[in-house]
Write a protein that binds this ligand. Structure first.
Ligand SMILES: [Fe+2]
Length: 438
């Protein structure tokens, strides 16, 4: 039967309807997606429902859920070209060829431009690949292809807003995000794009005000709640200092409870590392975080996760763990297979970023600068957002300061203040430099 996008979709009417509801819930990041997905996937004939389950595993960024999702999908004999194309994407992604999966998604979306499953998966993959161009261009193409009357249409502006933000076009990002929120106030991804635009301009007060005013729209349970709280903690670190940021960490990022997602551990490491750079003692939080990352070690599955594990081990003073992980990353980087995207990423910048942080933790600030400076414009290759990767940019600046490379440090501060003139953190580094030169 045809779904509401006019796409041929196998399955009972109940399963196809549930699949549509699952996809709509995913655009709004609502956890109800999982219930709808279960209904869709329980129909053995609804192959796309089972494939969406595999996509969700892959979109976790973790090897375990990825492999489990693909295993649950089972054997599928494609009934048409779209099913075959999605299956090829999933197989490439699961095999670690994320770059190849992205190119296959180009083909899927060229052939079926209104395919919401492809767009949803592609947007997440573009984020994992740090592909700002695709983060914008795929939603922009969907805005042309989708029926504007479709209830999910406004969410496309939220997707586009995040791409615009990652491309550095903050006014356009804000406009696109607000366009989404006007029609879909519950669009936590559009709100997230707006938050990023404010973060990148150093507008922390405005960010906190926005999140406070919009709390009824995001304070409930959804897939972005922890990450949104992390953003609030970053703003609070700027406006109110470390105590407030740590209070938010404990209350809303990670309280040390069991079975956190890798994405929670990423946010935890990113925040605590910023505090470490500021000389703040986070106490036993570091040990808990390092221990949890050790449990999440997945054998160089995804550099972005491993890089945050290195931050955690270094923050906890577990340099043995950090060094062992960096060695495993170096081993993975040696894979000559061009389709092993993680190896390419590690070679391009990931390994240098990891070694830079390890050098920092060892107190060898000159070595840290030597590792990080050459790759500071290449960090997007390991994925995530500019705001997340700022952990490494800040590390480089602090290392430059501590190693006495004051000219370089001043140039880095100048770059930051040009973009974020009101940044408390950058102004504090400038004051440190001024004090050194007196
Ligand atoms: Fe974010």
């Amino acid at each position: 039967m045809k779904d509401r996008f006019g796409l041929e979709t196998r399955g009972s009417p109940r399963a196809v309807a549930a699949l549509e509801q699952a996809v709509a819930a995913l655009f709004a990041m609502r956890p109800e997606a999982m219930g709808f997905l279960k209904t869709a996937a329980s129909d053995a004939d609804c192959a796309l429902g089972r494939m969406l389950g595999a996509y969700l595993g892959l979109m976790s960024s973790e090897r375990g859920p990825s492999e489990a999702g693909v295993a649950r999908m089972g054997e599928i004999v494609p009934a048409d070209d779209r099913e075959a194309a999605h299956l090829a994407v999933i197989r490439a992604w699961a095999a670690g060829d994320t770059s190849g999966a992205s190119r296959r998604l180009d083909t899927v979306l060229e052939t079926w431009p209104a395919d919401p499953i492809a767009l949803n998966a592609a947007h997440q993959l573009d984020f994992f690949l740090g592909d700002a161009g695709r983060l914008r261009s795929r939603p922009a193409a969907a805005l042309q292809a989708w029926n504007p009357a479709d209830p999910a249409y406004p969410y496309l502006f939220g997707l586009q807003a995040f791409g615009l933000e990652e491309l550095g076009d903050y006014p356009a990002a804000e406009a696109s995000a607000r366009q989404a929120l006007d029609s879909a106030p519950d669009d936590v991804w559009a709100q997230h794009a707006l938050v990023h635009a404010l973060e990148m301009q150093g507008r922390a007060e405005a960010g906190l005000d926005l999140l406070e005013a919009r709390r009824p729209h995001w304070g409930h349970d959804h897939f972005l709640k922890v990450h949104t709280s992390w953003h609030a903690a970053l703003f609070a670190l700027e406006t109110d200092g470390a105590d407030r940021a740590l209070a938010l960490y404990d209350a809303a990022v990670w309280d040390g409870g069991p079975d956190p997602l890798a994405m929670t551990l990423i946010d935890s490491a990113g925040l605590l590392w910023r505090l470490k750079l500021d000389g703040v003692d986070a106490g036993g939080r570091w040990d808990r975080l390092s221990d949890e990352w050790a449990l999440h070690d997945e054998g160089a599955w995804y550099a972005f996760n491993d890089l945050h594990a290195v931050l955690a081990h270094c923050g906890a003073g577990r340099l043995d763990r950090a060094a062992a992980l960096v060695d495993r990353m170096a081993g993975a980087a040696a894979n000559p297979d061009p389709a092993a995207t993680n190896a390419q990423v590690l070679k391009a910048a990931g390994l240098s970023a990891a070694r830079g942080v390890l050098a920092f933790a060892r107190g060898d600030y000159a070595a840290c600068v030597a590792w990080l400076a050459p790759v500071r414009h290449l960090l997007s290759v390991f994925g995530g957002s500019h705001a997340q990767r700022d952990a490494w940019q800040r590390t480089l600046l602090v290392a430059a300061l501590r190693s006495g490379e004051t000219g370089f440090a001043r140039a880095l501060v100048g770059e930051r203040l040009a973009e974020r003139p009101d940044s408390v953190w950058s102004r504090a580094r400038l004051a440190e430099l001024d004090a050194l030169s007196r």
